[in-house]
Each structure stands twice: as C-alpha cells, then as structure tokens.
Design a protein. Structure first.
Length: 595
C-alpha cells in the first residue's frame, strides 16, 4: 500500500514560528519531489516566492531537485539564477538536473562556470559531468575531467570511478574503461554494469558474459540495467537458451517487471525467432515505457505481424504514450515489408502532427517502401525533393528497390550518386554488382567488384547459424568442415529428390557468376541456410521448430527451396536474414513472398 502524501496546507507559511514554516516547506517539497506532483509543487513554489524564502540555500536546493525530477531542467536553471548564495550543493543540483534530463551541453557549460567560480567539484558533481560527456560522446572532455579527478584525489571514490568506467565504456574506449575498473579498490553495481555495457556495445559479447558471470560469482546485487545489458548480448548473439536462463534469474529477483528488462526480453525473444515469448513479456509488464512499446513494434514488423503493429500504435495513443522518431521508423518498416504504400505515406505525414522532423532514416524507409512496391520513379522524386542531403542509407534503399525489380538503368544512376558521397560501405558496392549480374551484365558486375578490391574492401561472407544446447553451429556456402557434414549433405540429397517430385525447380538467376547451368544448380544447392536447415532436420526433435539465423539477405531460390523443405518434412522452419523473419510452414512463408 502506497504511503499517503503529507497534506499541503492552505498557507504553509502561516505557522507559529519561522522554524516550523521552514521545516514544513522542506518536508512538503521532498514529498512532492518523490511523488512527481508538479501542480502542487508549483503552488508551493509560489508561496515560497511570496514569502521571500527562495533565497534560503536549502529551499533552493529542494526546488532545483523538484524541477529536475519533474523533467523541467530549465526551471531548475531559473531557480539557480535566483539563488544569491550558490553553494557546492546548489551547483551540484543544477548540473545533475541538466545531466539527468538530456541537456548534457548545459551540464558541461555549468561545470566549467563552477570551476571559474572556484567551487571545487565533489563526488556528486563529477558523476554528472562524466555522464554528460558519455551522452555527448566526448571522450576528450571526459579525459580532461578524469585528469581533474586524479588531481583532486577522487579517483579512489567508488561512485566517481564507476562513472568514469561508464563514460569510457559508452565512448567506446573499452581498454581505458577496463584499466580504471581493474584499479578500483572497491567496485559497485554501476562499475560492473558500465563494463558489461561497454563490451556489449562493441560486440565483445564473450567478455560481457564473462564479466556478468564473475559479478554473479561474487554475489553482486545486479540491477535491471545489468540484466538489460546482458540480455541484449544474448539477443544480438541469438543465444536463446542462455537468454532464457537469465530471464529466469530476472524472475527470481523480481526484475522481470522492469520496463528496461522488459524491452531487452522482447528483443531477445524476437531476435531469436520466438515472437510468442515477446508477446508474453509485453503482456506481463504493467508499467511500460516508450522503449518497451518500440521494442514490441519492431518485433511485430520483423515477424510480419503488421496489423498487430498498427494496433499497438493505436494503443500507445490511447494510453497517452507519445511516439518518438523510433516509433515511426518501426511502423514505416512494417508498411515497407508488407507493401502498404498508402499506409506508410499516412504514417510519414502523421509525424508532422507530433512535431517530429523526418530524418534521413525516415526518408530511407519511405524510399524503401516505394522501391519495394516497384514505384521507383516516385521513390526517386522523394529523394530529389528531400529537404536534407540524401545519405548512403537513402540511396541504398533505392538501389535495393532497383535490384528487386531488375532496373539496372536506375541502379547505375543511383550508383553514380552514391560514389559522389565518397567512401561508402561494401554492401552498396555489392548491391550494384549483384544488380548487374542478375541482368546478365557480368562485365559491369566485375568492374563494380574490382572497385571493391581497389578500395581494399572485402564482401561480407554469407553465414548461417543454428543454436543447439550451449553451442552455435555456423555454416558457409559449400561448407564441409562440420562434424556431421556427411549426414547434412545426404539429407539435402534426399530432400532435393522429394522437392523435385512436388514441383521444385532451381532458379539459377540467383547465382551471380558466369558459369554453366549444371554448375549453377550445384552452387545454389549448398547455400549456407540450406546446410543449417539440414543440420536442424537431422538433429532436432520433430516437434521442435528449426531456427536459422543469417547475416545477409536470403536469396530468392533458397526462399523457395525452404518453402518446399517445410512442406516435405512437415517441420516449422524459421529463418532470420539481415532484414526480417521468415516463418515457413506447410510450404508457405509468413512474408507472403514479399521481402
């Protein structure tokens, strides 16, 4: 049962003595800060101003914190300016207000001003300053503050050192973060979580998991941010079984109801192909933040649950959750991969009502939507009329549409514009090469690949992997290194005969090399996703879905072949490529052959 708030008197200043008034005001302010009661807090602030008590340092301090907790940092700044005597606590409160409310530049500005006024920072001010550096990604500023920390002797303080670990980790300086972490005489949950998060952000998943294991071994009381970071590692590595174990630990410690953990659990189950698990988590968490709604939206979009995504968007509006730029990216993605052009254009225009300025990613999603639907001229018009300079992602979306619909002329035009941008990713070069090759223009494809070699860029190797127990089995096209290679290839031969009997014919257009017909068939037959599916068929129990993860887009022939595999074997096969999930069952795919 919640503790009732102390009543706010009609006139809290009309008491028997000044001391009573003073204590009463401080107590009520603390209560209103805890309950985030803005209207009553503003009312009390008015009483304080009328009585001329805003000049008392402790009352100013409580007002600063009140406006910080109610997410009005600029009001905190106004209170700060009206305070004639600014103590270290006053500076600390206003800097913390900026740091906690996404105004890191102001936090750094006031930190500098504080130093100019010869106010020495302490163990409360330094963490706010380093947090602001992390938010800005300003490693250089953070390093300067680290020097000041060393000079003032706060480097041995557990809170200050932990904030340094967190800052270096978020700025990608993991080696420096680890050095600070290893030299700490005492560590707390913030320092451990900062290191785990830092490793996770850089893709050093084994190190992140090893640290988490050490933290548990030392009986550290990990928090929801720790669990969230580790669950993201499991999600990005598609380690479903390990993720389930950590979910169980969250449940035991009651962190499963945290919205931060909830977002990561939704991401885990979604990325591992278990959309039902994501729905269960979403339904169990009563208080959902925007991150949870967005996580569920993108899960629905990636698993072709398009109508559910639209329903979620309506529910958000109904409960007063204001969508942000990520929310609109999610619904645009859903529209794009379902071919819903009018719906996508509606959501793009709806952003204006929420006063959200479309960014390059939103334009890329709109171009992708039009391009996939074959409306290439409309997509090109969007690019030409964009109020911002088209980026690599925008032209990449257009190039994908050109490749899907075999329009090599527009693809070449897009490539010319891409090259004008300067150095771009290998993926765009490969897209161009593939578009030429699919049209039979092998010389042009070779030129595009030569450009890759000249730039010293290597094409990403296509890989597929399957999790079995605590082990991940990875395959490349034509791979014969697996311990069960003989059984895998034998299974593919058996399946191939069954598939041909029910109508499967290899589509060799997806072999993007100039070789004869029989070699093309042999090449496409042993793509990595087929090897992974065959491994699942000979390894997993008949009632277990086969979940295959890919780092690249599934090719058209493999998509067709796996539909036949699901029909012939009677198995549910789930394939995640670099864009979305494909749920194959009884010869059909959840994407409706639109991807």
């Amino acid at each position: 049962m919640a503790t009732p708030l102390p009543e706010l008197p009609q006139n809290p200043l009309n008491q028997n003595s000044f001391e009573q008034n003073y204590r009463n005001i401080c107590n009520v302010l603390l209560s209103l800060t805890h309950s985030r009661s803005l209207p009553k807090g503003v009312q009390l602030h008015a009483h304080i101003i009328k009585a001329g008590l805003q000049t008392i340092p402790l009352i100013s301090h409580h007002l600063l914190n009140f406006y910080s907790k109610t997410q009005l940092p600029l009001f905190s700044r106004q209170v700060f300016f009206e305070t004639p005597i600014k103590s270290s606590a006053t500076w600390s409160s206003v800097i913390s207000s900026f740091a906690q409310n996404e105004l890191p530049s102001l936090a750094i500005e006031f930190f500098r001003e504080m130093l100019v006024n010869n106010i020495k920072p302490d163990d409360h001010i330094f963490p706010s300053a380093t947090k602001s550096c992390a938010t800005l990604g300003r490693f250089d500023l953070g390093q300067s503050i680290h020097c000041l920390i060393l000079k003032t002797g706060y480097d041995m303080d557990v809170f200050v050192a932990s904030s340094l670990v967190d800052m270096y980790g978020k700025c990608g300086k993991i080696k420096i973060a680890r050095k600070v972490f290893d030299e700490m005489p005492e560590r707390n949950v913030v320092s451990w979580t900062g290191m785990i998060y830092g490793y996770a952000q850089l893709g050093e998943y084994e190190e992140a998991l090893m640290l988490f294991k050490q933290a548990l071994y030392r009986r550290l009381d990990v928090n929801d941010f720790t669990f969230s970071s580790v669950l993201q590692v499991c999600a990005n590595s598609t380690l479903l079984e390990l993720g389930k174990q950590i979910h169980g630990l969250c449940f035991k410690t009651n962190y499963n109801l945290s919205s931060f953990v909830g977002s990561s659990l939704i991401s885990l189950y979604s990325k591992c192909g278990v959309i039902e698990g994501a729905y269960l988590v979403f339904d169990e968490v009563c208080v959902r933040n925007l991150g949870m709604w967005n996580a569920m939206l993108i899960a629905c979009a990636q698993h072709s649950h398009t109508e559910r995504a639209f329903d979620l968007f309506k529910q958000m509006e109904g409960v007063g959750i204001k969508p942000n730029f990520i929310t609109f990216l999610c619904v645009l993605y859903a529209c794009s991969h379902a071919g819903l052009v009018e719906k996508g254009q509606h959501y793009f225009e709806l952003m204006k009502e929420y006063k959200i300025e479309p960014g390059d990613q939103h334009y890329a999603s709109l171009v992708d939507l039009l391009g996939r639907a074959g409306k290439l001229q409309a997509a090109l018009l969007i690019i030409r009329e964009m109020p911002i300079q088209p980026t690599e992602s925008v032209w990449g979306a257009f190039l994908t549409g050109c490749q899907i619909h075999g329009n090599t002329e527009l693809a070449a035009y897009a490539a010319d514009r891409i090259f004008e941008l300067g150095p771009v990713s290998s993926g765009l070069h490969v897209l161009l090469s593939n578009a030429y090759a699919a049209a039979g223009r092998y010389e042009d494809a070779a030129k595009a690949r030569k450009m890759l070699r000249d730039l010293g860029i290597k094409k990403e190797t296509g890989l597929s992997w399957v999790e079995e127990g605590n082990k991940v089995h990875t395959f490349a096209a034509g791979d014969r290194s697996h311990a069960k290679t003989k059984e895998i290839y034998q299974k593919l031969e058996e399946l191939g005969e069954e598939m041909e009997q029910v109508g499967y014919v290899a589509d060799t257009r997806f072999v993007l090399r100039e070789v004869d017909g029989e070699e093309k068939i042999q090449t496409i037959r042993y793509h990595s996703e087929r090897l992974a599916v065959a491994f699942g068929l000979i390894t997993f129990a008949p009632d277990r879905p086969i979940r295959v993860m890919k780092n690249l887009r599934i090719c058209g022939d493999c998509h067709t072949a796996i539909k036949f595999m699901s029909k012939c074997s009677g198995r549910v096969i789930i394939v995640r490529d670099n864009n979305r999930f494909h749920h194959f069952e009884d010869g059909k795919c959840s994407c409706g052959d639109y991807w």
